[in-house]
Design a binder for this molecule. Structure first.
Ligand SMILES: *Cc1c(COP(=O)(O)O)cnc(C)c1O
Length: 363
């Protein structure tokens, strides 16, 4: 099966194989593995030891987004969320659910945030302390670029929380180059091509404060505190040890491929093959080429389209895509990430063509 879903993604056999073992989290051999993973992740995020810390949390991406907002935005502080996608909506909802003040700033889901958007949003909400945005919007496939947003926030003296769940490892980002960033968050099962189970936050140490999170379980300060007291190989709660063992192998494969630039190049080419292939098949992309990011492609559903029927027909031919859409209007949602070669993407596009030809009424 060729899995073209934007997480969990297709993984390499070696990565999956690393899960087939029993592991005790407190075992000294495994503590060393875990401590090394944290070091590697910190380095990948451009973190400076002492200034930044890698703070893993059991669970899915939304948990770490919530933990970051709780642990880094002062109670009584307010965030602004530019609403250009389905994942931005979740950031807004989970921040409000946690009891924080969150302002929605309207931006269409077909383009990234501009410098003018950021300026206008803070002019409207000057009391807001943080801008919480999604790097790669896994809703429609656009990208909000930190190199555009960052300088505006620095000039305004505002802070950034970056949901890089579907970007980290593929799109470039360095905490050192973005002093306005309090936290970047991501999970094991997207562009690093690991298995689901663990989420990561790389945060500024000076932005964490005891008792701020208002949640005992989602408190990143406490995770840092335990690392400082008991070592970087120690856990607060039972971790998904198999997912971590697999993640370590996934990081080896990531390095062997050539790291972030090589991964981005492979994904970009997957996106190009898919985007141009879809145009040739008569499908209309949801996002203009200039705004199209490398992580997912969304295509307008043709009139009378049966999404589940299309998904089932593709699956019968060995290609699996999402059977739901995350755009404002109905779309077909296809991931470009995971352990998928350019040749496999070419093959997948050909299979899409076969399915469309067989289901389009003749004449
Ligand atoms: C996948 C994703 C998440 C988290 O999803 P979970 O199902 O909670 O792991 C968050 N933000 C973005 C941008 C994502 O792509």
């Amino acid at each position: 099966m060729i899995l073209l879903t934007p997480g969990p993604v297709q993984t390499a056999p070696q990565t999956r194989a690393a899960m087939a073992q029993d592991i005790a989290p407190w075992d000294n051999d495994f503590r060393a593995v875990y401590a090394r993973i944290r070091e590697r992740v910190l380095a990948l995020a451009g973190g400076v030891p002492g200034e930044h810390a890698c703070l893993p949390l059991q669970g899915a991406g939304h948990f770490i987004v919530e933990a970051a907002i709780r642990s880094l935005v002062p109670a009584g502080g307010a965030i602004i969320v530019p609403m250009n996608g389905a994942y931005a909506e979740r950031v807004l909802l989970l921040a409000r659910g946690a009891g924080w003040v969150a302002h929605a700033w309207p931006v269409p889901d077909t383009r990234g945030v501009t410098a003018e958007d950021v300026e206008a949003a803070f002019a409207a909400h000057p009391e807001a302390t943080h801008f919480a945005t999604v790097y790669s919007e896994t809703g429609a496939g656009i990208v909000n670029r930190p190199e555009i947003i960052g300088p505006v926030l620095r000039a305004l003296g505002k802070r950034l929380i970056l949901d890089a769940v579907s970007a980290f490892g593929a799109l470039p980002f360095s905490m050192e180059d973005h002093p306005e960033c309090d936290a970047v968050v991501f999970t094991s099962n997207k562009c690093i091509e690991g298995l689901p189970g663990i989420a990561f936050c790389v945060a500024r140490v000076d932005a964490l404060e005891q008792g701020r999170a208002g949640s005992w379980s989602l408190d990143l300060w406490e995770i840092l505190n335990i690392a400082l007291k008991s070592g970087w190989g120690s856990f607060r709660f039972t971790p998904p040890v198999q997912a971590l063992a697999a993640f370590d192998v996934a990081l080896d494969l990531f390095d062997a491929e050539g790291g972030q630039p090589a991964r981005l190049a492979r994904y970009r080419e997957n996106m190009r093959i898919l985007y141009e292939g879809a145009l040739k098949l008569g499908l209309r992309p949801y996002v203009d080429q200039a705004e199209q990011g490398p992580i997912i492609v969304t295509l307008h559903q043709p009139p009378g389209f049966d999404l589940q029927g299309f998904v089932d027909a593709l699956k019968a031919r060995g290609v699996l895509i999402s059977n739901f859409y995350t755009t404002k209007t109905p779309s077909i949602r296809i991931g470009c990430i995971g352990a998928i070669t350019n040749a496999e993407m070419t093959q997948a596009v050909a299979i899409m063509g076969e399915v469309l030809a067989s289901t389009t009424p003749a004449g």
